[in-house]
Design a protein around this ligand. Structure first.
Ligand code: PBG
Length: 336
């Protein structure tokens, strides 16, 4: 004979999960449009938006469409965009000369966006990879077996000043050269741009998940420079303590915001960084993270909207104050 099984429990955590209202009352992490920064790809000309093969729903935009997209994002409550230029391969050379052209694509894009949507925060990458024919983030030694750290930093500091001059709110060194944050800060200050901030890619890992981004900006031939790997400047995915070393250096050198990249596979790093600094912490949900979710959704294996939300919620819960994500617009629209 079965007798009803009864537990004599003082604590029943499920009480707080019984209804949607109760669950909402005790929710610890909430996403809002202001958490997001939208990365946008910019191209020359007025051709219709060109979808990136490995990033469904992400387009390379000519300036008129870029401006339209920025207006739409700001209207949806997304406070910031990060601009990435895709250059005509003919303009690339080993020295990344176009990075110092005062009228280069990304600078024209910044001016157009700041003019049209002055309140939108505009962020630009400080790194040479969109400009170099070899796809590396810096200039190379004569033997092509290393990036020349200090010479690269000199170029990056000038690049940052040009971006400040064009009106960006934050420059974002994403190159991982040693000492670049300090050099950029000093160069900005010397040129009078004390209000231009630095969003430092502090703990940037050498990730295989950057693939779709390299499609997007055409920097993939980096893999083809046989003598040199980005592993000589981007961090080893095996390392955790080293992230704190990088973050504390960037903070000491003047970073206003520090970043962890990628985000989803590096939640432990985001948490460590959150506990190691009082600066705002940003995290970059990168192209490969976005592509994975879309690919599985296309196959009917995952629910796109729910996975998108959960992936971003996890990044915020881990300790990120700001999230760069290709889902920014869709999320902001979904949260309304
Ligand atoms: C390099 C840079 C990378 C990304 C943005 N800037 C990585 C790289 O090619 O090494 C990747 C972003 C993404 O995958 O979404 N300066």
């Amino acid at each position: 004979m079965e007798t009803a099984f009864k537990l004599d429990l003082l604590h029943r955590p499920r009480r707080l999960r019984r209804t949607a209202t109760r669950r909402a009352m005790v929710e610890e992490t909430v996403l809002r449009p202001a958490d997001f920064i939208a990365p946008l790809f910019v191209v020359e000309g007025k051709a219709p938006p060109d979808e990136i093969r490995s990033m469904p729903g992400v387009f390379r935009l000519g300036l008129p469409d870029l401006v339209k997209e920025c207006r739409a994002l700001f209207k949806l409550g997304v406070p910031a965009v990060a601009l990435f230029p895709k250059l005509d391969p003919k303009l690339k050379d080993p020295e990344g000369t176009q990075a110092l052209n005062e009228d280069t694509l990304v600078l024209r894009a910044v001016r157009a966006v700041k003019k049209a949507v002055p309140e939108l925060v505009v962020i630009t990458d400080v790194a040479l990879d969109p400009y170099t024919s070899h796809g590396h983030d810096g200039v190379l030694t004569p033997a092509q077996d290393d990036v020349e750290n200090d010479r690269t930093v000199g170029i990056l500091a000038r690049m940052a000043v040009l971006q400040a001059q064009a009106g960006v709110d934050f420059v974002a060194p994403s190159d991982m050269m040693d000492g670049r944050v300090g050099a950029v800060r000093r160069a900005l200050d010397a040129a009078g741009y004390t209000n231009t901030g630095i969003l430092a890619y502090s703990a940037k890992y050498n990730s295989a998940y950057y693939g779709p981004f390299r499609d997007a900006v055409g920097s993939a031939q980096a893999a083809g420079t046989r003598l040199l790997s980005k592993a000589t400047y981007q961090m080893n995915p095996a390392n955790r303590r080293e992230a704190i070393t990088e973050v504390l250096l960037d903070e000491a050198e003047g970073a206003d915001i520090v970043m962890v990249k990628p985000a989803g596979m590096y939640l432990d790093i985001i948490r460590d960084v959150r506990e190691a600094t009082r600066r705002p912490v940003a995290a970059y949900q990168i192209s490969g993270e976005y592509a994975q979710i879309h690919a599985a959704a296309r196959l009917g294996w995952l629910d796109l909207a729910r996975c998108r939300h959960e992936s971003l919620l996890a990044i915020k819960r881990a300790g990120a104050d700001l999230i760069l994500t290709y889902f920014a617009k869709d999320m902001a629209a979904a949260l309304r």
